[in-house]
Design a protein around this ligand. Structure first.
Ligand SMILES: Cc1cc2nc3c(=O)[nH]c(=O)nc-3n(C[C@H](O)[C@H](O)[C@H](O)COP(=O)(O)O)c2cc1C
Ligand code: SF4
Ligand code: SF4
Length: 253
C-alpha cells in the first residue's frame, strides 16, 4: 500500500497526486488537513503541495514538523509552481532532517499559476501544454518511486532567489490574517461553495454570506472557484481571469 498526503488550493496538486496514485496503484490519497498525528502507513509516502512565496505553505510546515513516518517507508515530495519554486523542496528536506527523517527524492512540476493578485489565468493553450508536460513528468516520478531511488532534490534556485529568499518568504507568516483583503461583491448568491472549498475551514457562512476567520492558508481556492466571481483580493484581482484545474473533480463540485 502507498500513501500520498496533499494540499491544494486550485486543484493542481490534486491532479498530480491523483496521477501518481493511478500509476503506482493501491494508493491512499489524504488531504494534509485531515492529518491528526497518527502513524502514517504505506511502503511509499508522498507529500504533494504548491510553492508559496518560494517556499512551503504553512500547513505543510506544520505537517512536516509532526508527521509520524515509519523508518522503512520511502518518502518523496513533489512540489508544483508557476515559475519559481525557490526553496520549497529544500525547506521540506531541512525540516525532516532536523527530525532525522530521510527525504529520498524531491520533484518539481510546473503547473498553471493561480496567484491572482499578480496575474490572471494563463491561456487555455498554455495550460494544456503544462498539463501535457505534467503527464510526462509524473510517469518519470512513478518509475523512480517504484524503484525507491535515492536522488538529489530537483533544483531551480538561482543565486538572486537565494539572496532574497528570507525577505520574500517571511510574508507567508501574514497569510493567516491576509484574508482580511478578501472583498465580497453584491453578486454573491450565498451558495456556500467557497466555504466548502476551504480545506482548513476558514470560511463561516453567516446570514448567507462568507466570513473569513483569519486562519487562512492563502490557497485562493475560495476566490478562484466562486461561480459568481463575487470574491476579489482587494482591487488586485479585478478583471483578471479566474483559474482552477479543469482536470480534477473536487468533492464539493
Ligand atoms: C499565496 C501563493 C503564493 C505563490 N507563490 C509562488 C511562488 O513563489 N512561485 C511560483 O512559481 N508559484 C507560486 N504560486 C503559484 C502556485 O504555486 C501554483 O499555481 C500551484 O500550481 C498551485 O497549486 P494548487 O492548484 O494545488 O493550489 C503561488 C500561489 C499562491 C496561492
Ligand atoms: S462561492 Fe461565491 S457566490 Fe457562493 S457564497 Fe461564496 S462568495 Fe458567495
Ligand atoms: S479562506 Fe480561501 S484562501 Fe484561505 S485557506 Fe480557505 S479557501 Fe484558501
Amino acid at each position: 500500500m502507498n500513501t500520498i498526503y496533499y494540499f491544494t488550493g486550485t486543484g493542481n496538486s490534486l491532479q498530480i497526486a491523483q496521477d501518481i496514485a493511478e500509476g503506482l496503484g493501491d494508493t491512499k490519497l489524504i488531504p494534509v488537513s485531515d492529518y491528526k498525528g497518527e502513524l502514517i502507513q504505506g511502503e511509499t509516502v508522498g507529500i504533494i503541495y504548491p510553492v508559496y512565496d518560494w517556499g512551503i505553505p504553512l500547513i505543510i510546515e506544520r505537517f512536516l514538523k509532526q508527521a509520524k513516518i515509519k523508518s522503512n517507508a520511502y518518502l518523496y515530495a513533489v512540489t508544483n509552481f508557476n515559475g519559481a519554486p525557490g526553496k520549497a523542496l529544500i525547506q521540506c528536506k531541512e525540516i525532516l532532517e532536523i527530525r532525522k527523517i530521510k527525504l529520498s527524492a524531491g520533484f518539481l512540476i510546473q503547473m498553471p499559476g493561480n496567484y491572482i493578485p499578480m496575474y490572471g489565468a494563463k491561456s487555455l493553450e498554455r495550460q494544456q501544454k503544462l498539463f501535457t508536460q505534467e503527464k510526462k513528468k509524473v510517469k518519470e516520478i512513478i518509475e523512480k518511486v517504484k524503484e525507491r531511488k535515492e536522488l538529489k532534490l530537483e533544483k531551480k534556485y538561482p543565486l538572486l532567489t537565494k539572496i532574497l529568499f528570507h525577505k520574500f518568504y517571511k510574508q507567508v507568516a501574514n497569510f493567516p490574517t491576509n484574508d482580511k483583503n478578501f472583498v465580497l461583491s453584491e453578486d454573491c448568491s450565498g451558495c456556500g461553495l467557497c466555504s466548502k472549498v476551504c480545506s482548513v475551514h476558514n470560511i463561516e457562512m453567516i446570514n448567507g454570506k462568507p466570513n473569513w476567520q483569519h486562519h487562512c492558508e492563502m490557497c485562493l481556492g475560495c476566490l478562484q472557484y466562486c461561480p459568481k466571481r463575487a470574491i476579489e483580493y482587494g482591487t488586485k484581482s479585478i478583471n483578471r481571469e479566474r483559474y482552477h484545474n479543469p482536470n480534477v473533480k473536487r468533492v464539493f463540485e
